[in-house]
Design a protein around this ligand. Structure first.
Ligand code: PGA
Length: 256
């Protein structure tokens, strides 16, 4: 089931996602949260931090990490996760992993990350952004819908989008380690967020387009519990948006 919430404000998106996270974390003593970097999930972390929960037992697994940045680089996803998520939420940094953080050869990093996720009992809820290319994690168009954590090249569009965090586009890494689409689909709940008109085509392709590796995010259509939270601008190209609004407004009937 894919549920679509079309929200007026990013704060509202953050509150809806935080409610879903709180429910997912309550299912186990040492629950696991799938973490996403990027600008879009920031209201989620703020909304969760406002609840002042003890999250020290939560284990976190980031979706992806650049390859080739020096250790401690402020734009490495390890640093971003520590700054934007671990610190404000009071997570235990030793319980939070990013792909490739155990200093093994790149060829082994994917398998090791998969093993760590499996050892933690899988991911209870995965937060996702979406790229203009339709990527989730850094699974760019053409990614196998069954892929697992592995090395990938970034597209020029993604490198251009992420150049805002670096001095120049030449400084944006060319490669990354990313959870695969199969890895993401194994999470028990998916929560995908998108804001702004630049994301509208990718959101429409993901939710209403055909299931295709040309839009990796379309793989969420295969998931049993995916919630898509979009603002009005990101929802603008959804053909059935009035129906989604109606279904969301009456969702208590479906869960009664
Ligand atoms: P953004 O990135 O939230 O910074 O737009 C999303 C993504 O690339 O997955």
């Amino acid at each position: 089931m894919t549920e679509i919430a079309i929200v007026k404000t990013h704060a509202e998106a953050g509150r809806i996602a935080a409610d879903l996270i709180v429910a997912a974390l309550a299912t186990r003593d040492e629950p696991t949260l799938g973490l996403a970097t990027g600008s879009t999930p920031l209201p989620v972390w703020s909304a969760l931090a406002e609840r002042s929960l003890d999250l020290s037992a939560v284990r976190g697994f980031a979706l992806d990490e650049y390859v080739g940045l020096p250790p401690g680089h402020p734009e490495s996803y390890r640093a971003v996760v520590d700054r934007d998520i671990v610190a404000p939420l009071g997570l235990d940094p030793r319980r939070v992993r990013v792909p490739g953080d155990d200093e093994c050869p790149l060829t082994e990093a994917g398998e090791r990350y998969e093993a760590a996720i499996a050892d933690a009992g899988g991911i209870d809820l995965q937060i996702l952004g979406i790229g203009r290319t339709g990527h989730i994690g850094f699974n760019e168009p053409g990614s196998s819908l069954a892929s697992r954590t592995r090395l990938k090249a970034l597209t020029p569009a993604t490198r251009a989008d992420n150049a805002r965090f670096f001095d120049s586009i030449d400084d944006v890494p060319t490669h990354c380690l990313t959870q695969g689409i199969g890895t993401i689909l194994d999470a028990r709940v998916l929560v995908l967020l998108a804001f702004g008109e630049t994301k509208a085509p990718a959101v429409a392709a993901a939710v209403e387009g055909p299931l295709t590796s040309s839009c990796p995010a379309s793989a969420i259509q295969l998931h049993r519990r995916a919630v898509v939270i979009v603002d009005e601008a990101a929802a603008a190209r959804l053909e059935h948006r009035d129906y989604y609004r109606f279904a969301w407004d009456h969702r208590e009937i479906a869960t009664a």
